[in-house]
Design a protein around this ligand. Sequence first.
Ligand code: XIL
Length: 369
Amino acid sequence: MIKNMRKIILIPLIILISLSGCKKKSPESNPVFAPLPPVVSPVPDQKLIEAASFKIGTAISSNRMKAEPAYDNVLKSEFNQITAEYEMKMNYIWTADNAYNFENVDYLMSYAQQNKMEVHGHALLWYRSFPDWFKSAGYDSVMFESKVKDYITTVVGRYRGKIRSWDVANEIFNDDGSLRIESQIQGTFKDPVGFVGRCFKYAREADPAVKLFYNDYNVVLASGKRNAMKNMALRFKKEGFPIDGLGEQYHYGIRTNQSNITTGFNDLASSGFLIHISEIDSRVNVDRLDTYVFTDADKQKQADFYKNIAKLYSALPANQKFGITLWGLTDKYTWLRDRANGNPKEYPLLFDDNYDKKLAYSGFLEGLK
Ligand code: XIL
């Protein structure tokens, strides 16, 4: 009886002592526990903006900032640069000949100032954002240039000293390096690239301190486009047109070949200019299926995608690092959920629909460290 009592007291005691003795050992070396599956920490110990040696930005819209406290909170705590997703495009600002609407931009600028964020302006010239009234005016090259010069001088001048950078021109090239036919610039000027160079000059004259970028998509994969960009930038340098950096939007699917991305990225960086990853998101529902399910495997692939680019970018020489800008803050509002651009079942960003950090966030953070 007493023997049994001893057993009852002693056995749990021995187990307790052996458990506490195992505390510092790894689970694998402890025979009591089965080995744990590897996990990426779901609650990272550091923020992106703390880990990065450059700006971490996101595309935003003023109505979401005003209407949704969760949106506003994540923006303030996780990012230190903002870009208007559409409110700083020409068709939003330039409402009619000699008429400008700066209401939303003024709001964004003061928000950024209050919260010590930088603002990246996007974009002065983009074929998809010329206002309808401008497109139908039928300007010849002289009128076209004098109007655009007014626009650049007015807009860049208004935020002089307050804005860090501008995309002066966006998407003028095709993947093979030829000029886009949809662009009004191409149809109007004999030397469209020369015109773009003068636009860089008008922007610099309006704000001598602002960093000026050329921005495009598919740059690291399409060597024709990449060469056209590099050649244009070299021509600008030779002819005295100011240009500081090259932006690659980085809208890629999770299955995009990472080694091709790496090769193209390093080639772009060999130009020596500032490099901006300007609109990154990573499509998971690549085939745009209504039945798509965001599986654990795809979550992991997406985390790897973000990790890879964070690593690549972090390895740039210090004087070429400018920033990485996410094209949106939460999956809830991504442009890739519009059927015109993707599918409602799309999850391309770092925060999910509830503003929780995704595995993609952890991957990105790991790449920055
Ligand atoms: C997109 C925005 O996300 C949309 O909200 C808007 O309606 C159209 O433009 N390349 C660019 C961005 O340079 O300006 C585009 O943004 C996405 C592709």
